[in-house]
Design a protein around this ligand. Structure first.
Ligand code: ACM
Length: 485
């Protein structure tokens, strides 16, 4: 027996260093979104600073930089290994295995490995330091994980108030932690036009110089857009550009009055009303303009989608609206993009495979499915991040109701619209309109923690979700804007 013990001790020493034990089980850690399957094993993995990182495939070399740092010097139990070849239908699936001798993240693709790295970061943050060495000790086990929806997004309205490149990058960093993979930028509205179009310079000289409340506005140069897109792509997030039309177009019309279709004199607008502006659907110059705008943005954009808006066109006649949306849909397809529009576009023949973003009308969502369009789930009553939490919220509106953290979490995107087939659902998106916010602190207040719950709705099967369990995990983690306890 004595011999056996010394043999084991010698083996442990030859395996390189101390043996760690985790007091927590992997299954009990507050991971968000909740993974599909977590199996705990007894033991621990010492995660010291300077832990070795190995990429088994050159495609993963860039991802080595994302492996989180341990926060105490000491002996690590082994390397962090990044690998491909996890067999699963989703490109974002991964298996994370923690043994006494390595942490292995195996993805179906680099995107899967990146999602797994977010889980590793959360495990590390929730782990307990070894009482003597202070080296963090990860619990052992295996996580197998994949999203239920392939599109899990948020929208930022940079038109009502402009957000700088640095502010958008900060938001991208934040959403990446919850495995969100789409950022829709609402780049134009009545109050401002926010992207440089080389052939129409007055859009930014004049159209970008306003915002809600009379502030200075701003815009992204084409280089800025590419910089944001690249920053997001490094986090496996696509940016979907939106030019909202035929309504919500006052800023463009102020810059180029020949686009106007409502017959009234135009002036810059810095209020928060909607539904008063429209492009002229029967003027060819309007389509020449739109073709150029779509062409310039599509040449920059790597997203397969182009969002044409199409909401709240209250001063466009129904005939003109249908004619306009179908014509713009054709322009978008000419530039090799798939059109997305707010749910009103389901009243047109935008074409099979195009996307209706359900925000208001279940009838429109069902009509879209009938027309073989895909539906993106953004019901205002649940998913609008700009709604106040309650009547005391310092930011936000409440026309769709107050939305508590629990309300934002307690619904199922796959069954929310009765009669809508889950196969028709492209994904979930949480829009953040910016009438009442103009900087990162307002943004964080409204987005977090509700967006974290919405991220889980798009990732985790309904059978594994419960408000009580989510709320417990939420209280145990830190997130943007959370008050220190
Ligand atoms: C919207 O909220 N007008 C899409």
């Amino acid at each position: 027996m004595k011999y056996l013990l010394s043999l084991i001790a010698a083996l442990l020493v030859s395996c390189g260093g101390p043996v760690y034990e985790s007091p927590n089980a992997l299954e009990a850690l507050p991971l968000i979104p909740k993974p599909r399957s977590v199996v705990s094993e007894l033991g621990g993995f010492g995660y010291a600073s300077g832990v070795a990182v190995i990429a088994e495939d050159p495609l993963l070399d860039d991802l080595k930089a994302w492996v989180p740092e341990g926060d105490a010097e000491g002996a690590a139990s082994g390397p962090i290994v990044l690998a491909l070849g996890y067999p699963h239908a989703s490109a974002e699936a991964y298996r994370l295995t923690i043994t006494r001798s390595e942490v292995r993240i195996q993805g179906t693709s680099p995107a899967g490995v990146f999602r797994g790295l977010q889980t590793l970061r959360q495990i590390l943050a929730a782990s307990t330091p070894d009482p003597t060495t202070r080296v963090r000790v990860l619990p052992l086990g295996v996580i197998e994980d994949a999203p239920i929806l392939s599109y899990r997004g948020t929208m930022l309205d940079v038109a009502r108030h402009f957000f700088t490149v640095a502010e958008v990058k900060q938001y991208i960093d934040q959403i990446a932690q919850y495995k969100i993979n789409a950022l829709h930028l609402h780049l134009s509205d009545d109050q401002g036009w926010r992207i440089e179009i080389k052939a129409y310079p007055r859009l930014t000289e004049i159209g970008a110089a306003t915002e809600v409340g009379g502030g200075p506005g701003g815009y992204y140069t084409q280089e800025d857009f590419l910089e944001l897109q690249d920053y997001a792509a490094q986090r496996f997030i696509q940016i979907i550009p939106e030019i909202d039309m035929p309504g919500h177009t006052n800023a463009a019309i102020v810059a180029y009055p020949e686009l106007n279709g409502n017959g009234k004199a135009v002036s810059p607008y810095t209020g928060t009303a909607v539904g008063f502006s429209t492009f002229d659907a029967r003027n060819e110059a309007v389509y020449t303009f739109i073709d150029q705008v779509v062409q310039e943005i599509s040449a920059l954009s790597t997203s397969p989608y182009f969002h044409l808006g199409g909401d709240e066109s209250h001063v466009t006649s129904k005939e003109d609206y249908v004619f306009f949306v179908e014509r713009v849909g054709e322009i978008i397809r000419t530039h090799q993009k798939t059109p997305i529009g707010w749910d009103e576009v389901a009243q047109t023949d935008l074409g099979p495979g195009s996307v209706a973003q359900f925000w208001s009308s279940e009838k429109n969502a069902l009509a879209a499915a009938d027309k073989k369009m895909k539906v993106l789930m953004s019901p205002a009553k649940k998913a609008y991040l700009d709604m106040q939490y309650d009547s005391l919220s310092p930011y936000g509106l409440h026309w769709a109701g107050y939305i508590s953290v629990q309300d934002a979490y307690n619904w199922d995107p796959l069954s929310y619209v009765p009669g809508l087939d889950a196969d028709q659902i492209l994904g979930i998106e949480a829009p953040l309109w910016s009438e009442t916010i103009s900087d990162s602190s307002g943004l964080e207040y409204l987005a977090f923690p509700r967006l974290i719950g919405l991220a889980e709705l798009g990732w985790t099967p309904q059978s594994l979700r419960s408000w009580e369990d989510f709320n417990r995990r939420l209280t145990e983690v830190s997130y943007p804007g959370k008050q220190a306890e």
